[in-house]
Design a protein around this ligand. Structure first.
Ligand code: T1G
Length: 702
């Protein structure tokens, strides 16, 4: 079996070890064994002078097989990366595509590393709540120095080959299109007799730079971002160990730490999120292999905050895009905002000035619908009003070429009603971006009843092309993301009626791991958006629980940061939230008018009232077949609402704190106390009764 996943061949006096484990050459069972066997076999052959390790399929190795973490794994007599390093014959790692995690660690066990120019290397284990457990934390600091090793291991970022060359992570880079195997054999022959063989374990100079200040400074630097997490700190400690101990002792420490981390909730959650994002691409009602439309160019209708941000997504992905507005003045204003967004990135150092110009040049402002008719895709991002959207879609139906994708960025409106004004509803779907569109990764793809499989598959693929995390949903008010979030938005205001304050609620959610509290987020997005949504829901549902405090705050003209005050008050030019006396007064008046005595509300109750209300709604959405699976809910919450990734997502977190039974029991209590809005979903009850965890929930209870 190992031979199938790892093949051995000989080219002259060079032994070639080829890893062939599609789709990403992960180090699944059999691959480490095959690598070990390859090194030992070629070391036993006298006429082999050097060895090459290469991956099949245009990629090197993607790292350990993540599916096997948390499970018993075969123990090898020796780690392949150690066998590679101790080989008596020099070993060359030939990297195409990617060498990540355990893959790059195999390359670090080799004595030389060469790569194609479009390959990338890295140690992303921290993104899975782990640390490089195959020698990376001990070898990389010796190769490039502890400071750079800390940056690479704690960030987990991928390093493009040219940069890796400049950092000393690879020895040589070959142009794309080169015959990497031939180049590797040639390179191996050129170093076959070089002695001593350069083993990283023998490199002792750079590691001396590992002073205590370096590690303390790194811990301070990550403190806010790594709140509530263990793995980033374990990565720092591992590099510190590398600087203080012999490598074999460090390797043992590292292996023990990996075995601990892989069994933490943090790592389970992060590994779940990794697979959930990929699972979301699988649409049960859209056959695999459904043709996907080529998108060579795009158009966006509307150049407001959303339209401009969406245009940037295309420009950033190298796709030329025309932005259409109703007037030159609106167009100029929108383009100025886009330019400013780019300039902020340049100022921050996250974008080079010349790259900004290239991207900005891909966005072409236009005023005439005739100028967008030939586009492969058009995304409508005009005012969130059904009549306005229908007018735009009638126009698009007239001008767009046959087969063009015609998408709406609506965040909640009925996609079937919108598609219904066109003669081609099969080409229409929702492509709901989250503000700011050029930053937030979620793309909520809304399937209309007439949307063709090709339209849905093409929109999902477009999401990946522009660097988003796409997830699909059926059609309902608010779709999957905003509808599951709506109870959270209500419950947070209702808690104020009982004695909580915006500051207390925000602190609970920030301590839980959100980057910002929900009241501060409301002030940032603008309270007018929520007001319109509540009015629409109240009109549609006589039982809708009104939020008088929120409505009054809006009606008094407090929209949030844009008016200098909302739930909090803001000094001009300063986003720091301060207590807003008007809110205190509104809460006081509401309690007096309703004879409510304020009570101490625990942080735990606040957290669960907000999140359980949304878990319950998500169960209703799953039961109605609007969502495919619970992990899609989690993708929406991770990428759309900033739910902390190291908790896996709303549904995965609910499993961690007791699962459906715990949630059902608590919701049933609140149903007694607060009435219908807390009526538990039938599906939730079935999950509880059947003992099915949320993460396996797909709307059906077998
Ligand atoms: N293990 C198992 N499956 C993996 C995998 C992995 N490492 N990487 C990808 N897959 C699956 C993925 O779920 C999908 O499956 C298919 O391969 C294609 O993936 C000891 C502890 C390599 C950049 O973190 O970043 O090594 O959906 O859609 O867009 O120190 O996959 O088709 O059924 O993402 O071309 C460290 C994780 C592991 C790299 C390719 N390595 N992978 O991206 O394809 S821990 C990583 C990626 C470790 C050691 C430590 C990306 C990719 P399906 P894809 P892609």
């Amino acid at each position: 079996m190992s031979q199938d996943l790892v093949r051995l061949s000989i080219s002259g006096t060079v032994g070639v070890i080829t890893v062939d484990n599609p789709p990403v050459n992960a180090l699944s069972p059999g691959v480490p064994e095959g690598l070990l066997n390859g090194v030992q076999t070629f070391n036993a052959m006298d006429d082999i002078k050097a060895i090459v390790v290469i991956g099949a399929g245009g990629k090197f190795i993607a790292g350990a097989d993540i599916r096997f973490f948390g499970k018993e794994r075969a123990k090898l007599p020796m780690k392949p990366q150690d066998a590679l390093e101790q080989s008596k014959k020099p070993v060359v790692a030939a990297i195409a595509g990617f060498a990540l995690g355990g893959g790059y660690e195999m390359a670090l066990g080799c004595h030389y590393r060469i790569a194609l120019a479009n390959a990338r290397v890295g140690l992303p284990e921290v993104t899975l709540g782990l640390l490089p457990g195959g020698g990376g934390t001990q070898r990389l600091p010796r190769l490039v120095g502890p400071a750079l090793a800390l940056d690479l291991i704690v960030s987990g970022r991928h390093v493009p080959a040219p940069e890796a060359l400049s950092l000393g992570m690879v020895h040589k880079v070959f142009p794309v299109g080169s015959n990497l195997l031939a180049e590797a054999v040639h390179f191996a022959n050129s170093i076959a007799d070089v002695r001593p063989i350069p083993r990283i374990r023998d490199m002792k100079d750079k590691i001396k730079a590992g002073t205590p200040d370096l590690f303390d400074a790194k811990r301070k630097e990550i403190a806010r971002r790594a709140r509530n997490q263990e793995s980033p700190y374990a990565c720092i400690e591992a590099v510190e160990v590398a600087c203080k101990t012999q490598i074999d002792e460090g390797l043992k420490w590292e292996g023990d730490k990996l075995r601990y981390l892989e069994n933490t909730d943090e790592s389970r959650a992060l590994r779940y999120a990794f697979f959930a994002e990929r699972e979301a691409q699988k649409l049960p009602d859209v056959p695999k292999g459904t043709p996907v439309k080529e998108i060579a160019n795009a158009a966006v209708i509307g150049c407001g905050t959303m339209g401009g941000g969406i245009a940037m997504c295309f420009a950033d992905a190298g796709i030329p895009v025309r932005v259409l507005e109703s007037s030159q003045e609106a167009l100029d204003r929108g383009m100025a905002k886009v330019r400013n967004n780019y300039e902020v990135s340049v100022k921050r150092g996250s974008l080079a000035a010349d790259e900004m110009e290239r991207r900005f040049a891909r966005i072409e402002p236009v005023l005439d619908y005739a100028q967008i008719g030939d586009r492969d895709v058009v995304i409508e991002a005009v005012f969130e009003n059904m009549d306005v959207k229908k007018e735009v879609f009638k126009k698009l139906d007239e001008v767009m070429k046959p087969g063009a994708l015609i998408l709406s960025n609506t965040s909640a409106l009925d996609i079937d009603e919108i598609a219904g004004v066109t003669k081609r509803p099969q080409d229409v779907a929702g492509a709901h971006f989250f503000s700011p569109a050029n930053v937030m990764k979620l793309l909520e793809v809304v399937k209309g009843k007439d949307s063709s499989g090709e339209t849905v598959a093409s929109t999902m693929a477009l999401g990946k092309t522009i660097g988003k995390a796409p997830a699909a949903t059926g059609n309902c008010d608010g779709f999957l993301a905003n509808r599951s979030r709506a109870p959270f938005n209500s419950e947070m205001v209702i808690l104020l009626e009982e004695g909580a304050t915006p500051a207390q609620v925000d602190k609970v959610m920030v301590d839980f791991g959100y980057p910002m509290g929900p009241f501060a987020v409301g002030d940032l997005a603008g309270l007018d958006i929520g007001y319109a949504g509540r009015a629409r829901r109240a009109a549609a549902d006589p039982n809708y629980r009104k939020l008088p405090i929120a409505d009054k705050l809006y009606e008094m003209g407090h929209y949030g940061q844009k008016t200098g005050a909302g739930w909090f008050k803001y000094e001009p030019g300063d986003r720091t939230p301060h207590r807003h006396d008007v809110v205190d007064q509104l809460i006081k008046e509401h309690m007096e008018a309703n004879n409510i005595a304020p009570r101490e509300i625990s942080d735990d109750e606040i957290l669960k009232r907000l999140l359980f209300s949304s878990v319950n709604e998500a169960c209703k959405i799953l039961e109605e077949g609007i969502a495919y699976r619970a992990s899609d809910v989690d993708i929406m919450w991770l990428y759309g609402f900033g739910f902390p990734r190291y908790r896996g997502g709303l549904m995965f977190w609910a499993d961690l704190i007791g699962g459906p039974q715990e949630v059902y029991n608590q919701i049933s209590n609140w149903h007694q106390r607060y009435g219908e809005r807390w009526a538990p979903s039938q599906y939730l009850r079935k999950l509880a009764e059947s003992g099915t965890p949320f993460k396996e929930a797909n709307g059906v209870v077998s």
